[in-house]
Design a protein around this ligand. Structure first.
Ligand code: URA
Ligand code: SF4
Length: 188
């Protein structure tokens, strides 16, 4: 299956209760041959309205960081979320919602086959790296799983709340750039 076919199936998904309250499924955005994939938590209000990931204020900040290291959502990466539909009032996704939604993310991984996965914030890091992963303390560290390199950085929404932590996030992005130069072969 290709990414477009997967998207067409995903946008009609009713596998969990979030289908009832969403406006749009936020499948994710980017290129199918991305070697670097970013994974956030779940759509917020702007994302739900537009059907695109990270398009609100935190998305604008994310795009700034991406740009500084030569990444662009339309050119060389893919951005997705742990759950594809907005949890009401931006609450954390429930375990059952994550379980229902996981097959979509798995298929995205299978098709895209990223070499590097960057978790944005605690929820993604704890789901993708380790259940007790502390983003605050362990952001910027690398873990290899089945030949794929995983790292996590502070969620851009957290940086908007705590701007004094922006230099730490910037360091993470610089390290991501170095890792890309080490392990990625094309489009960078
Ligand atoms: N926060 C997320 O985790 N994902 C989005 O798509 C937007 C905001
Ligand atoms: Fe389907 Fe995921 Fe949306 Fe639930 S959150 S309805 S599993 S796409």
């Amino acid at each position: 299956m290709d990414l477009l076919t997967l998207k067409q199936e995903c946008v009609n998904c009713t596998r969990c209760g979030l289908a009832k309250t969403r406006t749009n499924v936020v499948f994710g955005t980017g290129v199918a041959n991305a070697e670097v994939m970013f994974v956030g938590e779940g759509p917020g209000q702007s994302e739900d309205e537009q059907g695109l990931p990270f398009v609100g204020r935190s998305g604008q900040l994310l795009d700034c960081y991406l740009q500084t290291i030569g990444l662009c959502r339309d050119k060389n990466i893919f951005i997705a979320n742990i759950v594809k539909c907005r949890p009401p009032n931006n609450r954390d996704p429930l375990a059952e919602e994550w379980d229902a939604c996981l097959p979509w993310l798995r298929e995205q991984f299978r098709i895209i086959q990223p070499k590097i996965v960057v978790c944005l914030g605690r929820i993604a890091a704890q789901r993708m790296i380790r259940p007790d992963f502390s983003v605050s303390k362990e952001h910027g560290t690398w873990t290899e799983k089945n030949g794929v390199l995983f790292t996590a950085t502070l969620h851009p929404a957290a940086l908007l709340r705590s701007p004094q932590r922006k230099p730490e996030a910037f360091e993470d992005f610089v390290a991501i750039r170095e890792k890309i130069h080490e392990v990625c072969t094309h489009t960078y």
